[in-house]
Design a protein around this ligand. Structure first.
Ligand code: FAD
Length: 122
């Protein structure tokens, strides 16, 4: 079965009712789990999580995002797909802060890649 998906953010709001009048559609916003490894200063974040959800988790431990989108209501998946920038001077865009990615491809393959390892199919 082909399963259409609808990213939750700003660019695609119109898509509801346009690309899928009937049947199933995958919403990514509930994919918003956030964990923080304070020792390594690394977060593991679901693609549907928004900056608004991430900031309080960091703030509670005395941290802040190193680079983030200038608005806080975008998802991490949407932010990374465009490699968005913020207002930080002398900082490259958000992709520069990513240590590794775990992706579901269109052919249902899960691929993990990092800065030091070639992408691996799971
Ligand atoms: C008011 C406003 C202010 C903005 N300010 C800035 C700014 O300061 N700096 C900047 O760089 N950009 C800015 N943008 C652009 C914004 O960063 C991008 O449009 C970003 O992609 C929005 O994220 P979203 O969660 O709304 O994504 P969506 O609109 O949901 O999706 C955007 C793209 O990402 C893809 N995508 C979303 N989720 C996933 C996922 N889980 N896996 C794979 N692909 C996915 C979608 O298919 C789509 O192609 C701004 C946009 C607006 C409307």
């Amino acid at each position: 079965m082909t399963l259409p998906w609808r990213p939750p953010g700003h660019c695609i709001r119109w898509a509801r009712g346009v690309c899928c009048e009937t049947g199933w559609i995958l919403e990514t916003q509930p994919m918003n789990r956030i964990t923080l490894d304070s020792d390594k200063q690394v977060m593991r974040v679901g693609a549907g999580a928004t900056w608004r959800e991430i900031i309080p988790v960091l703030h509670a431990r005395g941290y802040a995002p190193k680079v983030m989108q200038s608005n806080h209501d975008f998802t991490i998946g949407g932010s990374l797909s465009v490699n968005c920038h913020g207002w930080h001077t002398n900082s490259p865009p958000t992709a520069s802060t990513v240590q590794s990615l775990r992706l579901l491809t269109a052919d249902s393959t899960v691929v993990t890649g990092s800065r030091t390892a070639q992408p691996v199919r799971e």
